[in-house]
Design a protein around this ligand. Structure first.
Ligand code: NAD
Ligand code: UFG
Length: 339
């Protein structure tokens, strides 16, 4: 199939490009490079033997989208493009509604115009809001606690309405838990701008010596060791879940939501220790106050994806940490070489 990846030069989209191309699909990346760099194309070329086609464009540009969908005879779209920083979304809600919600609406209009009716959407476990029970299954009530989460919820609802209006749509909303890790080559990975908000990139930067220590946000939660518990999922498992969802949509019309998680929780300190083991480096940390808005624990029930898609996460914490470490070291080397 010919598959358009919006946001395909970003962290998750670039890994999806690898898995899809290796499964025999033709991949076209469509990205405005607002949070990624064009050199990821060259790195994808090194992994795949040939770089995917790249279109420099914004998902809010309906005319360019239509042209791209027609020109490349696109059969299906994976929609990764979006802004994703929770704190920034609180400070700049309009930018998030514009980019995420309006961007998705333009994409859907362009798809409708061009007769492309198959979509895999990057949703988030954030649509479940405060966990009411654990593990979280797909029937858990939804309700976001910040503008970023609300954009994901609005888009999911827009997609559900669309599927009701026209039975030929095939839509999968994939609710990611905590994606971490990198491709085994160390050539692509997560490269946050500035100080990382998320745990894994922060730990990696401490291990490599870019930051002196990790702040652990609270050790008095009602969890196994008092620190927060999350459902970390290896990015390669995550993108294999996208391929499984695409195959599922081939035989199933309508709107479908799936959790993509490992189905178990690991604590912040377990992650620190796993990273120390994988890297052979010490990760100094200090316990500080809880981060406002954090919950103690969240993790998925991943049975629906297993039953319907035949997919489940296979890689463990060691592989998540080892691949992050390989990427972090290579990334530091590449940055030094480009100075
Ligand atoms: P990322 O920022 O690395 O990738 C997103 C890509 O989209 C970037 O390359 C960016 O340049 C591009 N982009 C943004 N706005 C665009 C626009 N208007 N037009 C075209 N391109 C645009 O983020 P990621 O971690 O790869 O996340 C991908 C998707 O998965 C996002 O929708 C995100 O909300 C969702 N998600 C991510 C996580 C996570 O922890 N990484 C968790 C849950 C959901
Ligand atoms: N943490 C620290 N120190 C840090 C960073 C994080 O102790 O420097 C802790 C947090 O308190 C939390 C855990 O590590 O207990 C994980 O935090 P992350 O920021 O890595 O991930 P979150 O689960 O808070 O948030 C992620 C995404 C959000 C998304 C949410 C639910 O970043 O966008 O998952 O899917 F909304």
């Amino acid at each position: 199939m010919n598959i358009l990846l919006t946001g395909g030069s970003g962290y998750i989209g670039s890994h999806a490009a690898v898995v899809l191309a290796q499964a025999g699909h033709e991949v076209v990346i469509y990205d405005n490079l607002s949070n990624s760099r064009a050199d990821v194309l060259e790195r994808l070329g090194r992994i795949l033997g040939q770089a995917p086609v790249f279109v420099h464009g914004d998902v809010r540009d309906a005319a360019l989208l239509e042209q791209t969908l027609r020109h490349h005879r696109i059969d299906a779209v994976m929609h990764f493009a979006g802004l994703k920083a929770v704190g920034e979304s609180v400070a700049q809600p309009l930018a998030y509604y514009d980019n995420n919600v309006i961007g998705s609406q333009r994409l859907l209009q362009a798809m409708q115009q061009c007769g492309v009716r198959t979509l895999v959407f990057s949703s988030s476990a954030t649509v479940y809001g405060e966990p009411q029970y654990l593990p979280i299954d797909e029937d858990h009530p939804t309700g976001a606690t910040n503008p970023y989460g609300r954009t994901k919820l609005h888009i999911e609802q827009m997609l559900a309405d669309l599927a009701v209006s026209d039975a030929s749509w095939r839509i999968a909303c994939l609710r990611y838990f905590n994606p971490v890790g990198a491709h085994e080559s160390g050539l692509i990975g997560e490269d946050p701008n500035g100080i990382p908000n998320n745990l894994m990139p922060f730990i990696a930067q401490v291990a490599v010596g870019r930051r002196p220590q990790l702040s652990v946000f609270g050790d008095d939660y009602d969890t196994k060791d008092g620190t927060g518990v999350r459902d970390f999922i290896h990015v390669m498992d995550l993108v294999e879940g996208h391929l499984a969802a695409l195959n599922f949509l081939g035989g199933n019309a309508g709107w479908h939501a799936f959790n993509l998680g490992a189905g178990q929780g690991a604590s912040v300190l377990e992650m620190v220790h796993a990273f120390e083991h994988a890297s052979g480096r010490k990760v100094p940390y200090q316990i500080v106050d809880r981060r406002p808005g954090d919950v103690a624990s969240t993790y998925s029930k991943a049975d629906k994806a297993w039953q319907a898609l035949g997919w489940r996460a296979r890689r463990g914490l060691d592989e998540m940490c080892a691949s992050t470490w390989r990427w972090q070291q290579a990334d530091v080397k590449q940055k030094k070489e480009s100075l």
